[in-house]
Design a protein around this ligand. Structure first.
Ligand code: NOJ
Ligand code: CA
Length: 709
């Protein structure tokens, strides 16, 4: 017995020697890392005395031995701490706190060719980030990652909001199940998404949002995805382990690397309060600071566009209906017009007038350039040249018209996923923009990627998106990318990357069965954790059979919910996506879109539950103006906003845009009531939200009373 106790004590001591602990600054989190007897690294995470992640494996499988999967011994473990504030170029607040404790765990694989790897852990008050680092060293210069072995070993069979794993698209709607009942292939037959590359039954994408039975919210994603492929997660459903799965290239390599280098950060954000998940800035904190010397040319903005017209079938991107055209040889100027082309000089002028009258910064024009006759589906390399307009779109005349009206036209570069063509022409295209007064571009990657065999979320494309924003910076151009890899906070480093799509946007409602009313209550907990989304809110004409008589396509929203989205879905780039005619007939409700800010001093998430509801308040940057958005899923609810964030000692005027009492997303979506009341700090506003509904509130200093003569 005595011998047994001695053995037990020495075993505990030994494991104690190889195990390292780290606490978060507030001591709520505890990280433990250790090597097992085969030299395989493991880590586990606790929050408020509860297991969040049990021991999960770490490491990478390389194409050659020695690999980075086992046989490690510890070289050193250094601890560090940091506490600083930094100022984003734009954002949800004007100053962000970055506070963490760090463990630099240096491991060595000995042998004929010893190799070293550092696993760097940063523990914040809102969660954990860690990454692998590969220092410059004799026996590791160039190497190929075949697999990342990172595991997230969950402590329970949590509820999870997932979209299926896919190398090429993230435009699926969400499903809510337990981890053990994920069945991704149920969702992968989404015909409305053109380029799908589903991975398998058990694979899901990040940001992945989970909730434990005892009310702990857990979000897994990544930060700083550059020069590596995106991480998806394969669920081992019986063991409740999520395994990292990287997107392959045509050689089935996941990342081609050269030391010194590192992987992106793996992030686990945790809280017992769902609101704190939305308030986490950990992903931004893990990204590199802004790379640019000057940023004064980067401006958050609101815009309208020639866009919804095409999505609802009122007009076309293409000028003619002739097909099988070659970019170089076609007689573009003498094509037979189909009479439905949207991007005409006259229509653009109308939009410029409207933008100028209503204080909008930009007008997006899609379909202005030659190539849309054969633009997707055939993996054509040279689809667009990005500089030649159709005969009915006069670039010079419109540039002048926009300048005279103090509005910018937003350029559109649909690449049809031919990234090679875009890279060859990008410099010329940006120069053309500069010459004609454009300072923002919306890019797009619909279809299968060229270089053929690459994927939207693979290393080659991850680097392409960054090359585009970096090149755009040379021309002081801001970028909004559609169909890119989902964001991971890289916009901190490249702040001209204002927004991207990378999820199922509002446009799906125009031409598919659409997204359910809960969709927008999930997105902030999933996709938007990585960065702003160009969701294109603001649809006022909600019954879509107006455009396609007999069609069953419909929006799953009330009009007021569309207003609320400008606040609940953070983006420094917000479109008022509907046709201007639909705004002209409801200018009282449109006033909210005119007023709402796109850049903020502060944000307060007042109420939140993934899949159910969100109420968010924000203070406009540099102004004493506050905006609140409240949304719900298919269930009606009462949103409650306690105004303890407005300054004391003064009355403010609140304008409340609420669903009418009988409003309903399905049978009465467009009915609203606008009321005004004076409010002061500490007042509580209660607003009823219809099924699928929402409310928007602006709070401003009252306009000075006009004295009667
Ligand atoms: C898909 C984008 O998401 C959409 O906004 C755009 O209108 C079309 N591609 C055409 O480029
Ligand atoms: Ca899209």
């Amino acid at each position: 017995m005595k011998q047994f106790i001695l053995l037990f004590v020495s075993l505990v001591l030994m494991s104690g020697l190889s195990a390292q602990d780290l606490n978060s600054p507030d001591n709520n989190f505890q990280l433990t890392v250790s090597l097992n007897d085969q030299g395989i690294p493991f880590y586990s995470l606790r929050y408020k005395e509860q297991d969040i992640l049990k021991a999960g494996r770490l490491g990478l499988k390389l194409s050659k031995e020695p690999s980075l999967d086992k046989g490690f011994e510890m070289v050193s473990n250094n601890k560090n701490s940091k506490k600083e504030n930094w100022t984003p170029v734009w954002g949800e607040e004007k100053s962000i706190q970055n506070q963490y404790n760090e463990l630099e765990w240096k491991l060595r694989r000995s042998g004929d060719q010893p190799i070293e790897m550092i696993i760097r852990f940063r523990l914040f008050n809102d969660g954990l980030g860690f990454r692998y680092e590969f220092p410059r060293q004799h026996s590791l210069a160039y190497f190929d990652v075949m697999d990342e072995l990172t595991q997230f070993a969950l402590a329970g069979d949590h509820k999870v909001w997932w979209i299926p794993g896919d190398y090429d698209t993230n435009e699926y709607s969400y499903t809510n199940t337990r981890i053990s009942t994920i069945n991704a292939s149920e969702k992968t037959n989404a015909q409305e998404i053109f380029a799908r590359s589903p991975i398998g039954n058990d694979v899901v994408q990040t940001p992945l949002m989970m909730k434990s039975d005892n009310g702990i919210y857990i979000n897994i994603h990544e930060a700083g995805l550059v020069d590596y492929s995106a991480m998806q997660l394969r669920a081992e459903k019986d063991r409740l382990i999520l395994n990292a799965m990287l997107v392959p290239d045509p050689l089935n390599v996941k990342a081609h690397l050269q030391t010194p280098c590192n992987t992106p950060w793996r992030t686990i954000i945790v809280s017992d309060d769902a609101r704190r998940i939305l308030m986490s800035r950990m992903i931004l904190n893990l990204n590199e600071p802004c790379k640019f010397k000057s940023t004064s040319w980067i401006k958050p903005q609101k815009f309208i566009g020639i866009w919804w017209d095409m999505h609802v079938g009122k007009s076309t991107w293409n000028y003619s209906d002739t097909t099988n055209l070659k970019l170089k040889d076609a007689k573009w100027s003498s094509l037979k017009a189909n009479g439905k082309h949207g991007a005409t000089t006259a229509r653009t002028k109308k939009l410029i007038d409207f933008a100028s009258r209503n204080g909008f910064d930009g007008v997006l024009v899609e379909g202005w350039n030659i190539g849309w006759e054969d633009w997707f589906g055939m993996m054509k390399e040279d689809v667009f040249d990005f500089v030649t307009p159709y005969p009915d779109f006069n670039v010079k005349e419109l540039s002048k018209y926009a300048r005279d009206h103090n509005v910018r036209i937003i350029m559109h570069h649909e690449t049809s996923a031919s990234a090679t063509n875009y890279e060859r022409r990008m410099d010329t295209a940006f120069r053309f923009m500069k010459e004609n007064g454009y300072n923002s571009v919306k890019t797009g990657y619909v279809g299968r990627i060229i270089p053929r065999g690459e994927h939207h979320d693979g290393q080659w494309m991850v680097n392409h998106y960054v090359r585009v924003v970096d090149k755009a910076k040379d021309y002081e151009i801001m970028v909004d990318s559609h169909e890119p890899v989902r964001p991971t906070g890289v916009h901190r480093t490249y702040p001209n990357w204002l927004a991207c799509e990378a999820a199922r946007g509002n446009e799906f409602n125009a031409w598919s069965e659409g997204s359910p009313p809960e969709h927008e209550t999930i997105l902030p907990f999933t996709r938007i954790m990585g960065g702003p989304m160009d969701y294109t809110p603001g649809i006022f004409k909600i019954k879509l059979d107006t455009y396609r008589p007999g069609s069953t396509n419909k929006m799953h929203t009330t009009l007021c919910k569309q207003l609320a989205l400008y606040v609940t879905m953070y983006s420094p780039l917000q479109m008022a996506a509907d046709l201007i005619e639909n705004y002209e007939s409801k200018m009282d409700a449109f006033q909210f879109i005119k007023d709402v800010a796109v850049d903020w001093d502060n944000t307060w998430v007042l109420e939140a539950e993934p899949g159910d509801f969100i109420t968010t308040a924000r203070k406009a940057k540099g102004k004493n103006e506050f905006f609140i958005g409240a949304i719900t899923d298919e269930n009606p609810r009462e949103a409650v906003a306690t105004l303890d964030f407005i300054p004391s000692g003064k009355k403010y005027e609140a304008t409340i845009y609420a669903d009418a009492p009988d409003a309903h997303w399905d049978h009465n979506p467009e009915k609203y009531v606008i009321t005004k009341q004076l409010v002061s700090k500490g007042d509580v506003l209660r607003v009823k939200l219809a099924p699928g509904g929402g409310a928007a509130i602006s709070i401003k200093e009252p306009a000075p009373a006009v004295r009667k003569k």
